[in-house]
Design a protein around this ligand. Structure first.
Ligand SMILES: C[S@@+](CC[C@H](N)C(=O)[O-])C[C@H]1O[C@@H](n2cnc3c(N)ncnc32)[C@H](O)[C@@H]1O
Length: 196
């Protein structure tokens, strides 16, 4: 379970920046193509999503305790969704991704690659502090594999001029069940330490 001390500060930060975020990073690319629905910790981010995509369904919720039944989805886009989650809590999220996806479903995950964390003082142009957690792509891929996914594609690219860290993208396909006899949440990930 992700502690409320972590989720509460992420929720408050995105509640404050949601309108700016929706303006700067609009996304209508999936409109009309797929039957999609979304979940987010922040009520304000969900409110913005409902304004931008009035025909879609959105819920507030925690990725580590998804408000959906087992095998509900054929695909999950976790796009920069774990970037505020310390690595020791990513296993809780991956367990949920495994639970809500059916056989053959894909998960596409994007995040900042590396180890440690970075403090942001002014998020999205507001006086709002956020902690960005970096994730080791190999650890994340291993977690997915342990939870019944096969890695279909994995890319880590160098940072662009406006980025401070490499970016990692993992496409995984649900090909099996989490193995029995071992806690599928087990991870080699170490708790994040602040970057020097
Ligand atoms: C960088 S934004 C990415 C938003 C969107 N996926 C996109 O690509 O524009 C990170 C989002 O993840 C949400 N978030 C962070 N931790 C979460 C959690 N444990 N459960 C649900 N949402 C979470 C934040 O509230 C925020 O809206």
């Amino acid at each position: 379970m992700i502690p409320e001390s972590t989720n509460g500060s992420v929720r408050a930060a995105y509640n404050a920046v949601a309108a700016s975020y929706a303006r700067v990073l609009p996304d209508t690319s999936f409109e009309g193509l797929l039957d999609v629905e979304g979940v987010d910790l922040s009520e304000a981010m969900i409110a913005q999503a409902r304004i931008s995509h009035p025909r879609r369904r959105f819920k507030t919720g925690d990725l580590a305790a998804l408000p959906y039944p087992d095998a509900r989805f054929r695909g999950v886009l976790a796009w920069y969704s774990v970037i505020h989650t310390p690595p020791e809590h990513v296993p809780d999220i991956v367990t949920e991704l495994a639970r809500v996806t059916g056989p053959g479903a894909h998960v596409l995950l994007g995040c900042h690659a590396g180890t440690g964390q970075r403090a942001v003082d002014r998020a999205y142009g507001h006086d709002v502090a956020l902690t960005v957690c970096l994730h080791d792509p190999a650890d994340t891929a291993r977690l997915l594999t342990r939870n019944g996914f096969t890695i279909a594609a994995q890319l880590t690219r160098q940072p662009r001029s406006n980025e401070t860290h490499a970016q990692a993208f993992i496409l995984a396909r649900r090909t099996g069940q989490p193995p029995r006899g071992r806690d599928p949440r087990a991870s080699d990930a170490r708790p994040n330490r602040p970057l020097p």
